[in-house]
Design a binder for this molecule. Sequence first.
Ligand SMILES: [Zn+2]
Length: 484
Amino acid sequence: MSEKRIPPRSLSAEESTLLARVDEQKAQLVELLGQLVAIDSRVINLETFSDQEPIFSFVEAFMKQAGATCERFRCTHPHVPDGSNKAWPSLIAAIGERGTGKALQLCGHLDVVPFSPESWTSDPLQATTRDGKIFGRGTADMKGGVASQMMAFKILSSAGIPLKGRLQMLFFPDEEMNGDYGSQFMAREHKAAIDAPTIIGEPTGQPPIKSPAIIVGEKGHAWLKLKFHGASGHGSMPKPRSNAINKASKFMANRGKMELPKVKPPLSLRNMLGSLLSRYSLGSLLSLARAPATEAPDPYNEDGLGIGNFFNTTISFNQIHAGTKVNVIPPTCEMEIDVRVLPGVTVKDVINSIVHYCTRLGFRIKIPGEFVNLQEAAGKLKNRPMDVELSIISFTPGTFDDPGRPFTTLLSGAFEDVYHVKAVHFFAPGSSDAVFLRGAGISDVVLFGPTGGNTHDANEFVDVEDLVNTCKVYLLTAYRMLCK
Ligand SMILES: [Zn+2]
């Protein structure tokens, strides 16, 4: 998809020299990504300990060689026996002084999601270059961005330019499981150590869009469990009204009537369109909206791009468990729902919506004791047995930083000097470690990283050219923040 070019601005001699160094180091950057991909750092779930020591040791050794002072943090794993040495590492690697008032933090997670090698065309643990792309688990999400950041750090560190502040890299072990042992732990226990303007190198571009966006905010989530209760019995005597599966299915089938919390989105459709039109022509935007999002579109996908998901609270029914035998009516049905919320929506707002909806469906609902049950308070359905119990798996609020802040402006300038197209600022429907950093009160947290695709899927890839370009953007941003 073609982009409107903007005329290049002139760079200082020192800036040009630094950027030329990235081009010289391209083979080393690709090699570094290959080394990161080859270290298996899959995480499974919160209950299962994954040993991230091998990848953290590798990264720590690299950073020390690049001149960094390293500090390790350990969050012990709650599901292993006491006295075990199992812990989740986080790592800070830094050059320059703390407390000068100038600091930049480059941040990434080293874990990846699981994979089934049989669905891949090449070994997921061996980075493979084809058609200008590097394939392998984590190349896009997000070992590619991490490799670019590490290389930018190394180049600045070895350039011999005195720093007037501190450049630090922050590595997390478990973003793919919600950051309980990494970003959440660090934001809670060691906030002072990580409180700096931050660029998280998550992939923020997706083909056919060539140049990555700068993400300034993300939706949060309310992950909830609903347990429906019904009458059990013999399958030969169906119970259409009291079968727990039927209740769950009634809950899902009428979701159009559920009034999910509404707030004004931080970036309106108009803002986002305006931003996109500074980079793309209207014609190419329209063709993008019509084009399939991937090279091999899923024939079952009838839902299109889902632009509305950026601006509204959404709900997705993603897990359901019920029944033990074909001829037995199940007494319960458990469902897990994924509600995504804009900044400003609280978990109480979400629960109230669900309580109101259950009242409309004629279901009596029980909610956690710390919330006022509006159904109960109104004296409704009190003679019914409890149809459904709601519990909270986790809640994270949505967060947003104004894209007009000086830090974002500086990053955008560096982006435009490398890419020669306008920077676009976006709000993401998914969440990352950024929500926990912003949630702890750290301001200036943005996402920016190399274009890639098939994240969390087979044949994940990152664009080689973009690895180089994002590395240049990190380097230029660090130089302008810390060396001038
Ligand atoms: Zn990620």
